[in-house]
Ligand binder design. Sequence first.
Ligand code: BES
Ligand code: MN
Ligand code: ZN
Length: 485
Amino acid sequence: MTDLISASGDAASVDADVLVIGVFSGEDAPELPESAAGVDAAFGGRLAAQLAALGNTGSASSLTRLPAPEGLAATLVYAVGLGEATDLDDETLRRAAGTAVRAAFGQASVAIAFEGDPEATATGAALGAYKFAGYKTDGNGDDAPETIKVLGATEAAVVKASVLAESVAQVKDWADTPANLLRPPGFATEIEQAARAAGLDVEILDAAALTEGGYGGVLAVGGGSAAEPRLVRLSYRPEGAKAHVALVGKGITFDSGGLSIKPTAGMWDMKGDMAGAAAVVGATLAAARLGLAVNVTCTVALAENMVSGSSYRPSDVVTIRNGMTVEVLNTDAEGRMVLADALSRAVEDGPDAVYDVATLTGGQLIALGRRTMGLMGTESETERLRRLGEATGEQGWPMPFPEDIVKLMESPIADVSQCATGLKRDGHMVQGGVFLSKFVPEELPWAHLDIAGTADSDSAYGYIAKGATGAPVRTLVALLEEHAA
Ligand code: BES
Ligand code: MN
Ligand code: ZN
């Protein structure tokens, strides 16, 4: 893993293979910040003109590579656009730092000298240094830089950025792992090892314990697989905790759709259908590593949705942990089945708030795209997550509970229908949230985060690599920080 280092001094004299400077948007040429004065001097005062000649006018995350002239300690200079100087915000810094670090793969050391908040720069740089190791027998191309120096960053800022990036990297590794190499029992063991290393208490319910506990949703979904389902619970109990937060995650290690089987094209993406579980575990690990003063109980339901003689079927009526009955109409709506059990269990502890995270519906992707998660729940909590998501660069948007959709989720024979009457697609994402609301007490602060679109990216940009994004770990950590304050 890349070593993130706080550094001070002048950009011109910092020792690194690559020196990264930020430049602002200008009319004909980029505007150089004051901190680049020494670097510009080494270029004979012609840096802005040279960048302009190479087509860089400072637009956000544009990148130009230059050989360093004599007088600089570095070998290469990367100039990264930071956009308009007056609009400089944390997300611009994170993306610019991530863009530079991704461009510096194959170089051993990088130093970044930006204006603005060095913690944002450090976070973007650390996130950008992620690489999925993969399974190529003769290696997988250039590695991330071994060291990244962030000029002006405090030791605390670097530690915070490193903890966030480490937790996000763990989530991405899990989400990108092929489904044959991460099945529920093995995933439970990996979570247990990571949690114990962070000093958390761990409880794992196997199929026998799930039967004993009445977890009908997890057992129904997991029943079609040769690999048993698991419910994993992590507890973080620091001294002086200000609140008790329950985090819940959907951990479908592969979603074939079950008997309501998915089409071949795109089914491979369903190796990442456990990204919600990975994210809540990652946030819980980060809370422990940062020593946040908040009790966290994390409950993840792990199952593999497969096709076999023991698969659950459309028409089944399943009894959830809280005693409610659900009429199954589509075995591909498995996420809400396992979350019903996990939410039921989570609220039994009497937390002050509960948040569930899930790659729940294709409808989220259709409604909001790949960079905005869908939020549902109590207004205070969806608004809080919208605000925090905007600050972290993991945007979300609150969705309503319209009465026609609520009505569509009624079953003629059970307490609730798993899917809309006649499998109507109306308000597809909202149907999921309406269903989940049945398993959360009315007065309890709650939010449901549908990350079907945001859990992975089909392209690389800023600090995001192609593949799993680790979203919304940083938003969840910000949320836990608020509960700890
Ligand atoms: N895991 C999928 C949702 C999903 C789709 C995640 C695309 C990421 C990308 C979920 O289990 C699912 O299959 N949802 C169905 C629900 C429907 C059957 C009610 C969907 O969205 O079509
Ligand atoms: Mn599904
Ligand atoms: Zn799914």
